[in-house]
Design a protein around this ligand. Structure first.
Ligand code: ADP
Length: 401
């Protein structure tokens, strides 16, 4: 029987039809188990569960998130991990949108729950499922403190000029329209790790962090504080992503509504699910896109060029905004694994003090590492992100106060 050490944390990231989980000890960084329940509420659901190095895939029917968490609890029990008798320090919930109200880890009580619900119009695709996750887990583990960690928190005090859209100020105020930024837990964790790797206090490092996953965002972090980020009021703005447009002329929505007769929901779906790399070439898995680029596939090649074009556009902007840049940091699925993307993103920038070493860039490792040449004025790093660990640590720090 595996014992869960007192003080472990269950981390939950609930999406509309999915539930990602990890049971981790934030002090030792030991991961007891993690997994993903998908297609919740559909006819055929699936749980991918990993514990003790063994991966299991369970095909089942999960009518709702509560059923999912109950099933996961059962799988953990089969692994000898009994959540209900464990002395968990906290359950850490990723909550996507904290609006202006939340910018620090927060114990979720009734008041916080209704405040997160009140923010739903700001993140209709994200906050409601996050709350469903909170309810499902709380009903199962009522005595364990539930802590919300907000994806927007790190960007809470962006300078006014980067947080403000040039929109009628009264309308913006009334509807809380501003740049909030997302992936904050990752940008914060990775920028701190990068400084640690460089052996310098984060308050002395200027860096550009590229979180390149299926969702992708970039931030400019000056002396530990972000001064700009590519995602906006929603996670739709900025870089080209797996299935999201990123930046697009706002007028395109009018065209699609007036001329193509599309409804707001159809445009929302088009922008979020049918665009980005997938919209351009039919694939949003970067590995397939790169294979097709190698095979000379035209659509994939154009998609990749558009992706790089936007990335370099933000890179240039952030270099000017930051002033002297000490480090450029790659993270997340694509950033950590796709050496080709890193090389192409920073190609021909020697005059700006950026030079990648091809051999270092080819190294695969789960550890933070440098991939720039000795003569590169700006350090280029790969720093694996770990949002679950960051959430667990923040949750524990709060409940220990
Ligand atoms: P998210 O958390 O946003 O779903 P991830 O950070 O897990 O995304 O990143 C997923 C992306 O990383 C996918 O597009 C996947 O193809 C890409 N990826 C993973 N490994 C590699 C690799 N070796 N080469 C290229 N892309 C990769």
């Amino acid at each position: 029987m595996t014992e869960i050490a007192p003080g472990a944390v269950l981390v939950i990231n609930a999406g509309s039809s999915s539930l990602k989980y990890q049971l981790v000890d934030p002090r030792t960084e030991h991961v007891y188990a993690d997994g993903l329940a998908e297609r919740i509420g559909e006819d055929a659901s699936r749980i991918k569960h990993v514990a003790g190095g063994n991966e299991r895939t369970v095909d089942t029917v999960l009518p709702d998130h509560r059923a999912a968490i109950e099933h996961v609890t059962g799988l953990l029990r089969e692994d000898g991990l009994d959540l209900e008798s464990a002395e968990l320090a906290a359950v850490g919930h990723r909550v996507v949108h904290g609006g202006r109200s939340f910018f620090a880890p927060t114990v979720i009580d009734e008041r916080v729950r209704s405040e997160i619900a009140r923010l739903a119009p700001l993140a209709p695709l994200h906050n409601p499922p996050n709350l469903i996750g909170v309810e499902a887990v709380s009903s199962l583990l009522p005595d364990v403190p539930a802590v919300a960690i907000f994806d927007t928190a790190f960007f809470h005090d962006l300078p006014e000029e980067s947080a403000t859209y040039a929109l009628d100020a009264d309308v913006a105020r009334e509807y809380a329209i501003r740049r909030y930024g997302f992936h904050g837990t990752s940008h914060q964790y990775v920028s701190a790790k990068a400084a640690e790797f460089l052996g310098r206090p984060v308050s002395e490092v200027n860096q550009i962090v590229m979180h390149l996953g299926n969702g992708a965002s970039m931030s400019a972090v000056r002396e530990g504080r972000p001064i700009d980020t590519s995602m906006g009021m929603t996670p739709l703005e900025g870089l080209v992503m797996g299935t999201r447009t990123g930046d697009i002329d706002p007028g395109i929505a009018f065209q699609l509504a007036r001329v193509a007769g599309m409804s707001i929901d159809e445009i929302d779906h088009l922008y979020n699910k049918r665009s980005g790399l997938k919209g351009l070439c039919g694939d949003n898995d970067f590995r397939s896109v790169l294979e097709r680029v190698d095979d000379g596939d035209e659509a994939a090649t154009l998609a990749y060029k558009v992706y790089l074009h936007r990335l370099r556009h933000y890179l240039g902007a952030y270099m000017i905004e930051l002033g002297p840049v000490d480090a450029i940091v790659f993270t997340a699925g694509v950033g950590e694994n796709a050496a080709r993307v890193r090389a192409d993103a920073l190609a021909h920038l020697q005059t700006y003090g950026i030079e990648i070493d091809p051999e270092l860039n080819a190294v695969r490792s789960p550890e933070p590492r440098r991939i720039s040449t000795r003569s590169s004025r700006i350090e280029v790093l790969v720093v694996p992100t770990n949002e679950e660990l960051a959430i667990a640590r923040q949750a524990v720090a709060l409940v220990a106060e």
